[in-house]
Design a protein around this ligand. Sequence first.
Ligand SMILES: C[S@@+](CC[C@H](N)C(=O)[O-])C[C@H]1O[C@@H](n2cnc3c(N)ncnc32)[C@H](O)[C@@H]1O
Length: 295
Amino acid sequence: MSYDIEKSVLERYEEGAKNHQPSLCCPTEYDTQFLTIIPDEIIAKDYGCGDPTKYVKEGEIVLDLGSGAGKNCYIIAQKVGKNGQVIGVDFNDEMLNLARKYQSEISDKLGYNNTNFIKAKIQDLKLPLHKVELWLKNNPINSLEQLRTFETECDHLRQEETLIKDNSIDIVVSNCVLNLVKPDDKKQLFNEIYRVLKSEGKAVISDIICNEDVPLEMVKDPELWSGCISGAFREDKFIKMFENAGFKQVEILAKQNEPWQVVNGIEFRSLTVKASKEKSEQINNNSCCPPTSCC
Ligand SMILES: C[S@@+](CC[C@H](N)C(=O)[O-])C[C@H]1O[C@@H](n2cnc3c(N)ncnc32)[C@H](O)[C@@H]1O
């Protein structure tokens, strides 16, 4: 790869937090009753491609991977209620600041605060990045020995100050983020989703999928990668990633009928899946909805 994928994603969404980016939008309909308390600035900086918030229930502990401006988290905060909990994870300071900016205003309107935004990579949910940054301030790296010490410190933080613990989450949601994770980290990402979920837990993920493998020349294009195109999974491979991580049941909940974009003849569309750690006794044959125009 001739460019730094993570840097291109960070820069694109730093800009997306400052100024609305129409090219990153895949228009999605949400239940409007939950939008009334959410400030316009957050609504405008919605870069999702589906609506995983529909599937959360009162009292649940929910982890939102790549929470961005916080729209999904603030919808979920209302749905889980004061006995539930919402954790938004993002690695982008601009997005985290934007999501946190309205936290007390929204809590005041709700009458409770059940939401927290934390800094981490979604493929490494044990590592608290704010603590890594603090450590680095006092321990700059200028040699291989210092690099080794840094790596040891990261392992220590993962073990002793685990950010998201094993079996601690009822439902992991994510809206248009998994595709953005570096190719080499994708397997670890699905393993992390599996690790943090309780045994009866589930993941509900909206993401962009495609109908053919994305060729290397498109993968090498930072604009296409950070625009949620080149990192998209082929649909069957997306399902397989959940199965390989150990999920027992994967169901398609919604699939966009018309492609969101067609690039070099490859169709890219939004898909929402539910992956359960346990197989339910009764498989609901109606749970796979007919193709819809979900976004
Ligand atoms: C397409 S936006 C979606 C934001 C939000 N889910 C929404 O529906 O508006 C992608 C978000 O994921 C974050 N992100 C991308 N890769 C990430 C990673 N590896 N770890 C943590 N956050 C990541 C970006 O900073 C950005 O806020």
